[in-house]
Design a protein around this ligand. Structure first.
Ligand code: NAP
Length: 354
């Protein structure tokens, strides 16, 4: 069992920035990076809006560099998931083990009921980390539609990551579901390989930024189906088609691949019932852009300043990045919040005499 002053759970821009700051503060943070270290940017090709890279930077490269920077200042990075936590008293307890026979690859896909049983079983084993403070930086994961065929064909023609899987669809006909920047980015990634890319959007206009919309709408390989919902992913061994509903009429279309890009859900289920979350699962801190955040901030105000803005409902537990941020969800805002959370943790530990 390892003892630490700060345990950072998550390895996106928020987690690694927090680790660099906590490392430079000589706190020797332990980072639980998950088995897929690096977070959502690992699946992004060009990041064009992260300051300091005028020509853009590959997302995975950016994350490797952030990881190296954290290590340089003494962060102990473990490529494991936090599989259960006990935040009810200090020192906080974290488990990284699995029940006998459980598949680590499936951990982030367990149903809510499966996860509850999983965590109960994990907690019968001795805990792996004891931390005086915790920074939750677990980010967010792809949102699904909840329609028949999604679970069944995930990884078999149905994908949440075009940037990862596009190369498998050379000269194929594929669909992208969504109308935001992610859907535009996925569509453009797919045009490099696929014969034809059809974007399916539930409304009559995209939400994405104008520049991304234009790139998609002007691309010769791209078609758009407006006001259309996907009702089912169909297939046999792999995806062969989709059932759609356009303007109230159902129809079946053949498809070689289906990509979904309709946003993300915060990866906060292991903290449920332990730190306050909003109705969507975002962790509430004293700087959350919601009524819950404003209430938390008011309760913590002293001398007209909010104390430890990144602190959650539990003293000593802080949160940063896409698992908190209902509004901006950018790599740079996540990194900024990671910095704030590490500074808050450092100052809070000092105030406790640690
Ligand atoms: P998003 O902006 O929230 O867009 C989600 C899209 O999915 C919307 O068009 C939405 O439709 C649609 N959608 C949501 N639920 C749906 C459902 N149940 N059925 C059908 N469609 C559904 O999410 P995002 O595209 O993942 O982007 C998240 C953030 O990251 C944004 O701030 C974005 O700007 C940023 N981002 C930036 C870049 C870049 O700069 N290169 C790349 C990717 C993402 P409605 O429009 O009807 O709501």
């Amino acid at each position: 069992m390892k003892k630490t002053k700060v345990a950072i759970i998550g390895s996106g821009p928020a987690g690694f920035t927090a680790a660099t700051y906590a490392g430079r503060a000589m706190l020797e943070p332990v980072v639980l990076a998950g088995i897929k270290s690096g977070g959502q940017l690992m699946w992004t090709t060009d990041v064009e809006n992260f300051p300091g890279f005028p020509e853009g930077v590959n997302g995975a490269q950016l994350m490797f560099q952030m990881r190296q920077q954290a290590e340089r200042f003494g962060a102990h990075i473990q490529d494991v998931y936090a599989t259960a936590v006990d935040l009810s008293q200090r020192p906080f307890k974290i488990w990284t083990g699995y029940p006998v026979g459980a598949d680590p690859q499936r951990f982030d896909r367990l149903t809510t009921e499966e996860l509850v049983n999983f965590m109960d079983e994990v907690k019968t084993q001795p805990h792996d980390i004891e931390a005086e403070s915790v920074i939750i930086a677990t980010g967010a994961a792809a949102q699904l539609l909840g329609i028949p065929g999604e679970e069944e064909f995930l990884g078999r023609g149905f994908s949440t990551c075009a940037v990862c899987d596009a190369a498998f669809y050379r000269d194929k006909s594929v669909y992208v579901i969504g109308g935001g920047d992610s859907a535009m980015e996925d569509t453009l990634a797919l045009t490099k390989f696929a014969k034809e890319v059809t974007v399916i959007h539930r409304r009559g206009e995209f939400r994405a930024s104008k520049i991304m919309q234009e790139r998609v709408l002007n691309h010769p390989k791209v078609k758009v189906m407006w006001n259309t919902m996907v009702e089912e992913i169909m297939g046999d061994q792999k995806v062969t088609g989709i059932k759609i509903n356009q303007d109230g009429k159902s129809q079946e279309l053949s498809a070689d691949g289906v990509f979904i890009a309709i946003g993300h859900v915060p990866a906060t289920r292991i903290f449920q019932g332990q730190v306050e979350q909003d109705g969507h699962g975002y962790v509430v801190t004293r700087q959350s852009a919601s009524a819950l955040g404003v209430t938390a901030a008011q309760a913590a105000t002293e001398d007209a300043l909010v104390r430890f803005p990144t602190m959650t409902s539990v003293e000593g537990v802080f949160a940063a990045g896409d698992n908190v941020d209902v509004r901006y969800k950018q790599a740079i805002t996540a990194a900024g919040q990671g910095c704030s959370a590490a500074l808050d943790a450092e100052r809070w530990l000092e105030a406790q005499g640690e």
